[in-house]
Design a protein around this ligand. Structure first.
Ligand code: KIV
Length: 277
């Protein structure tokens, strides 16, 4: 089904049913206008905890809070009619155990209207995923490079190379068996991503993985060239909006300094002009 033909947002089960079908399209969003722009083009939209780095200038996703996710989740929800909303569980909101995870996932869903939450982790999170799913919380899993664990992963490295591939394979099987409806594969070797996609029964959503995944996701500010602090190899820039914005701001500053803005068409006469028709 094409995104433009759809009138209502899919449910997590509809996303799961797309396994092996037409590729799932997804982007992150953090604001209402951006959500409106992508609504007709995406199957689901993720309010990623990347919001911390992209919009709030944090050095990593570790400082992102529940309050930030709820604020941005509500903003994105206002912009979506057709695409499903997924909200990230921030660092520290689910790792303690299933009860803590349920409490915070339920709050995220209730306050933002999200259809599902995403959390990072494979085998170690399988019990938590099963607990959430059994209690009405659809879960998208996220394995491979899990940015909330950069301090134990040794940075933003490719995950699952060589012998480490089997552990990642086990993570993928574990989240699928636990009931996740889809799994994000971040920064994993292409061949491993293809193997995982071929072996597990839920859709794989690639980011720095493989075109053979069941879907793709990118951080919207990366692909639009709005976030330029660094660019990962897996990011394709479809636009250079950051450069355009900076050039426009420079033009504005120059015109203000030259008193050429505002021009006559931007100012008001003392007396309102007669209506012309
Ligand atoms: O936080 C994020 O943006 C993500 C992605 C998978 C893009 O988790």
């Amino acid at each position: 089904m094409s995104a433009t033909a759809r009138k209502t947002a899919p449910l997590p089960d509809d996303i799961r049913a797309r396994k092996g079908g037409a590729p799932l399209v997804s982007l992150t969003a953090y604001t209402t206008p951006m959500a409106q722009m992508m609504d007709a083009h995406c199957d689901f939209v993720l309010v990623g905890d990347s919001v911390g780095m992209v919009l709030h200038g944090l050095p990593s996703t570790l400082g992102v809070t529940m309050e930030m996710m709820i604020l941005h989740g509500k903003a994105v929800a206002r912009g979506l009619k057709q695409a499903m909303l997924v909200v990230d569980m921030p660092f520290g909101s689910y790792e303690e155990g299933p009860e803590q995870a349920f409490r915070n996932a339920a709050r995220l869903m209730a306050e933002t209207g999200a259809a599902a939450v995403k959390l990072e982790g494979g085998v170690t999170m399988a019990d938590t995923i099963a607990f959430l799913v059994a209690r009405g919380v659809p879960v998208m899993a996220h394995i491979g490079l899990t940015p909330q664990s950069i301090n134990t992963l040794g940075g933003y490295k490719v995950q699952g190379r060589g012998a480490a591939g089997e552990a990642l394979m086990a993570d993928a099987r574990a989240v699928a068996q636990a009931g996740a409806f889809a799994v994000v594969l971040e920064k994993v070797p292409e061949a491993l991503a293809d193997r995982i996609t071929g072996e597990i029964e839920i859709p794989t959503i690639g980011i720095g993985a493989s075109a053979g995944c069941d879907g793709q996701i990118l951080v919207v500010d990366d692909m639009l060239g709005l976030f330029t602090a660094f660019k990962a190899k897996f990011v394709k820039r479809y636009a250079t909006l950051g450069e355009q914005a900076e050039a426009a701001i420079a033009d504005y500053a120059a015109e203000v300094r030259a008193r050429s803005f505002p021009a006559p068409e931007h100012v008001f006469a003392d007396v309102a002009p007669e209506a012309t028709s």
